[in-house]
Ligand binder design. Structure first.
Ligand code: B3K
Ligand code: ZN
Length: 886
């Protein structure tokens, strides 16, 4: 190992404790972009001032991947002796206190495959500057605590690039000679350079308007390739809903006359909140019923809202440094989660969010890349746009909301903006605003920002019938994580209810109180010690405790309940999250029990009580269909794998499939009935009810396919052929692809022929094949990698094939031969020089090698070592791989 890791130069680690305010700052930026074939000339005029130090204090600007042409100080040309060009810096000394610096440099967007800075996607110019992409455009103080106002002039060929966009308002445009034109944009709001954006292309747009609460009319435009104009309506509606919601719930209005969104095919992530010029991955903005599924519609709505909400939480108030990333991301994710909950089904949204948190964030928190919500060191900041910073960060904000209550939470938000509008601040500043506005002591709560690892909470209970007393003892530990041991107890809000024998919640009165204090049968207990006992009085009958209702904190909970108690909660809990949770716990226990049976070569058998309970849920008319579908979704193989190491990859797969098969046989009639009952009637609608119906119906189809009978295959084919929306079409196709039905290959071909010219739909064609549970999947994936439609430079395509296989198909990726691991190694060898950010995302499944058996560990480590020995390995991949081998 030592040899391989010495082969690469070790990139430097940056530490939070080393933060220093910059010596110089920039107040005003004037940029000129001259877009020409093969080269872009950039002229940057900066109004700068010294904030600390003296004339000897050097100004160190960031910059890379460019050719420097000239530097002028206050209008006078500097000679090459007056400055020093390093590999990634430009250093100037002997500067006055205030000055104007003019820098000219050339860049080549067409050679930019990393998709950071200015690049070209399908013939259009676009930018991605967060986190540190601006330094690939021109020399600059590329850090978020330098906030300036920008004026941007773009010049380009008029025919090829009729649309020229940047941040703020358009203040001028006109013609130039030789078929060229220009547009000038001015953004009055000071911003860090990571929020700068530029777009140039031949784009069509959908226009709409929104009038703010104060009566300001805002023009909304969504720019897309002309053939995608028919996929814009949903995103536009989502934008208008977001604008309204932010006014209603947070009192926040939009602050410019125009808001633009641009859809881009080549994009490293989902979208980017550049001031008034959001840039979106096509996947997160384009949707119509024929090409996008219900899940896509929901994602578009959420991402449009997320980026829009950043206008206040991120842009008006931004981060002092990148360690504070969760300040804007955790808060904005919480805001988009609540928005989606208000637009659709709150209960189902919470279940989906927790499912995702457990599958990805809990895994990260227990692995080699575990880090706090506010990381204290990093090599490559792009590696820290993680589920911990985003999703656990959102849980932290949710806990403020739970602990303070909605009114105090809102007061805290108002105070945060009152204090910090226009500033670059820290997570501590946010916490102080919440604390000062509410009067609640959040000292211990701040550990959520600094301690990594998922706290583990255990529940013990005791009922004293004679004294009508119910005792709940909650204990917590926080596991060690890389670089962090011996952690302190956290402040954990634990929402509880006591469910009486008749299924109704009991009033909650703690010892010492003279009346019950609960809201609809639930109250929040503050767990602050390593162990704490809460005594409830006047409990006339023995209840079943329902703990951590609504998943009130991101912890792992051991309830101490038995199977009958879970069955009771599944049938009666007034908290729908815990009802679902009871079903999840029961199924996980059952599946893991069957894994043991398999290992001991005992026959597997599914407990009839469980089948009965699920059957009852399906028959319950008071429950909505989306919720029933959630109950039917068994814990994923990945989540089951986290529950017991070493992961029994094949055992888990076989046991889970067995349970699905047994449920299908036992509940066949229910599934058939649901399949007919939930059929779409009328045109496609994206309403919670219609989505719930499709979800449950497709779930029923999936179960029925487990019966392996021809007639069900025909049903699936019929649905596939007749579907008028992508939700039903792809659901039928993916269940067929998982099967051995004779019509399987024909369906795949039909789908390809129908959709080969729609890249987002073609991505689905790659994905359904990559996630198939069939044993030949890796061969198929290898074949698809050579398919003419596979392009390693297109992140969406790479994710749809490679991530789908490596991250979402555990039984095939972890094949004991190691061939899945080698496949990933081969891909990374080709991809890392092209796009390090995407590569660093792909490598993650390999880094969890410690969870697997000795043979797989060896095979995985071998590939990790091989990756470490790649020539010119990117710092991105280096950081993840080297940390996983420590
Ligand atoms: N802020 C961007 C993410 C930028 C990622 C840079 N590697 C999108 C978002 O969270 O809204
Ligand atoms: Zn964000």
């Amino acid at each position: 190992m030592a040899d391989a890791s010495q082969a690469v130069a070790r990139p430097q680690t940056k530490y939070l404790k080393d933060y220093r305010a910059p010596d110089y700052t920039i107040d005003r930026v004037d940029l000129l972009f001259q877009l020409e074939e093969g080269v872009t000339h950039v002229t940057s005029r900066l109004q700068m001032r010294r904030q600390s130090g003296g004339v000897d204090t050097p100004l160190v600007l960031d910059g890379s991947h460019m050719k420097l042409l000239s530097v002028e100080l206050d209008g006078g040309q500097l000679s090459a002796d007056d400055y020093e060009v390093g590999e990634e810096t430009l250093t100037i000394t002997g500067l006055p206190e205030e000055f104007e610096l003019t820098i000219r440099n050339d860049i080549d967007p067409s050679a930019n495959t990393a998709l950071e800075g200015l690049y070209i996607s399908k013939g259009m110019y676009c930018t991605q500057c967060e986190a540190e992409g601006f330094r690939r455009i021109t020399y600059f103080l590329d850090r978020s605590d330098v906030m300036a106002t920008y004026r941007v002039r773009i010049e380009a060929d008029r025919e090829k690039y009729p649309v020229l966009l940047s941040n703020g308002n358009e203040v001028d445009h006109g013609l130039l000679g030789e078929g060229r034109h220009f547009v000038v944009w001015d953004d009055p709001f000071p911003k860090p350079c990571y929020l700068f954006a530029l777009v140039a292309g031949d784009l069509a747009y959908l226009e709409d308007h929104y009038t703010t609460k104060s009566g300001e009319k805002v023009t909304l435009r969504l720019f897309v390739a002309p053939q995608d104009l028919d996929k814009c309506r949903h995103a536009m509606d989502s934008l208008k809903k977001s604008m309204k919601w932010d006014e209603d719930v947070y009192g926040l209005e939009y602050d410019l006359d125009i808001f633009n969104i641009v859809a881009v095919s080549h994009f490293n992530m989902g979208a980017m909140e550049n001031k008034s010029l959001n840039i979106f991955n096509t996947k997160c903005v384009l949707a119509n019923p024929q090409t996008a599924t219900d899940a896509d519609f929901a994602a578009v709505e959420a991402v449009v809202a997320h980026e829009y909400f950043h206008n206040w939480t991120g842009n008006r108030v931004t981060c002092r440094d990148w360690f504070q990333l969760s300040l804007k991301e955790g808060l904005t994710v919480f805001r988009d989660q609540e928005f989606s909950a208000d637009m659709g089904s709150r209960a189902v949204k919470r279940i989906e969010d927790v499912r995702m948190l457990r599958q990805y964030q809990f895994a990260e928190d227990s692995g080699p890349m575990a880090h706090p919500v506010r990381p204290d060191n990093y090599i490559e900041i792009n590696n820290f746009y993680t589920v911990t910073v985003y999703e656990k960060g959102a849980e932290v904000i949710r806990m403020y909301h739970t602990l303070l209550g909605p009114e105090n939470y809102r007061k805290g938000i108002d105070l945060y903006f009152e204090r910090h509008d226009g500033q670059a601040v820290t997570c501590d500043d946010f916490l102080s605003a919440m604390q000062d506005a509410s009067g609640v002591d959040l000292g211990q709560f701040s550990l959520w920002y600094s301690q990594a690892g998922t706290p583990e909470v255990t529940v013990e209970s005791r009922y004293d019938a004679e004294n009508e007393l119910f005792e709940l003892t909650l204990s917590q530990t926080v596991p060690d994580t890389p670089g962090q041991t011996g952690k302190k107890p956290m402040h954990i809000p634990v929402a509880v209810g006591l469910v009486g024998p008749d299924g109704a919640d009991l009033p909650l009165q703690l010892e010492g109180e003279n009346a019950p204090h609960d809201v609809d049968g639930t109250r929040v207990l503050d767990l602050k010690e390593a162990s704490q006992t809460f005594r409830f009085v006047n409990v006339a009958e023995q209840p079943v405790p329902s703990v951590l209702r609504g998943f009130s904190a991101p912890v792992k909970l051991s309830t101490g309940l038995n199977e009958d108690q879970f069955l009771f909660l599944l049938a009666h809990d007034s908290d729908s999250f815990n009802r679902w949770e009871a079903a999840q716990t029961l199924s996980a226990n059952i599946i893991l029990g069957l894994v043991d049976d398999l290992a001991a070569q005992r026959a597997m058998e599914l407990d009839p009580k469980f089948i009965n309970a699920i059957g009852k849920v399906l028959d319950d008319d008071t429950l909505d269909n989306a919720f029933k579908a959630e109950i039917l979704s068994l814990p994923s193989e990945a989540v089951l794998g986290q529950m017991r190491t070493p992961v029994d990859v094949d055992g888990i797969h076989a046991a889970r499939e067995f349970v699905r098969g047994q449920l299908a046989h036992a509940l066949e009639n229910d599934f058939r009935a649901l399949y007919s009952l939930c059929e779409d009637r009328g045109a496609y609608e994206f309403t919670p009810e219609a989505v719930g119906n499709r979800r449950l119906r497709n779930m029923a189809l999936g179960y029925l396919m487990e019966l392996g009978d021809d007639e069900v295959c025909k049903l699936a084919i019929k649905q596939f052929m007749n579907a008028d929306n992508m939700t039903n079409e792809i659901a039928a196709l993916s269940t067929l692809v998982n099967s051995d039905c004779a019509a399987r290959d024909g369906a795949l071909q039909t789908f390809y022929d129908k959709w080969r010219h729609e890249p987002l739909v073609l991505d689905k064609w790659f994905s359904v094949q990559a996630t198939s549970r069939r044993a030949d999947t890796l061969d198929v994936v290898r074949h698809l990698r050579r398919h003419p439609d596979f392009d390693i430079r297109t992140p969406n395509r790479v994710r749809s094939l490679v991530s789908a296989f490596c991250a979402l198909n555990p039984v095939n990726f972890h094949d004991k031969s190691g061939s899945g691991y080698n496949f990933l190694g081969d891909i990374l060898e080709e991809l890392d020089p092209i796009n390090p950010q995407i590569s660093a995302g792909l490598v993650r499944p390999l880094t969890r090698w410690k969870m697997y058996d000795a043979d797989r560990q060896q095979l995985m480590k071998k590939v990790l070592m091989r990756i470490l020995s790649f020539k010119d390995l990117s710092p991105d991949v280096y950081e993840i791989v080297s940390k996983s081998l420590q």
